[in-house]
Design a protein around this ligand. Sequence first.
Ligand code: HEC
Length: 169
Amino acid sequence: MFVKTLTFVAAMLVAGAAYANDPAPVSQDDAGKWLDANGDPTYKKEADGTVDYYTWMGYKRYTANCMACHGPDGMGSSFAPPLAKSLQKFDYSTFAGIVASGQQNKWNTAGNSVMPAWGTDLNVMCYMDYIYVYLRARADGAIDRGEPKKPPLNKTAKEAAYSCLGFTN
Ligand code: HEC
């Protein structure tokens, strides 16, 4: 599963797929993840404000793994960019490539600006799509700051993530 994810990321990078930046959810995969017309992960928000499971869990995972540098709710900090803005210019494969391989001195060219590579950290790699859809929703202004309205548990998604993490439950 982990190797598959990496292979997929690498394939996406090589393909450099053209990106129509329309977040509208048009289909769902077997684990209930919403996809846009391009087949990229996207968010879905119900009329009452409830978000899909991936977006909600993405908020949790962003807060656990990225917030220390990138600030609460993707708002940025003095030393790391506001990802709620960055995602307005990055498509899915660009995002996934940066998260897996890191980035240095591009956002801040003054030097010593380092985004770590997370490619071997399952706590990030198993939740790549979750974090992406959360930040995509933030970038589109679809959800406010703070925890989005919690959806019901998606057991299939949860089990897939646990198996990616190597948990036996
Ligand atoms: C130790 C601090 C740190 C952590 C933790 C961190 N980042 Fe970063 N990240 C940075 C810095 C610093 C940059 C800017 C690097 C540069 O100047 O090119 C960056 C840049 C990025 C960029 C490129 C943004 C742009 O506008 O150029 C993305 C995407 C990104 N990070 C995603 C994440 C995600 C997702 C997580 C959590 C899984 C995360 N980062 C965790 C420090 C961090």
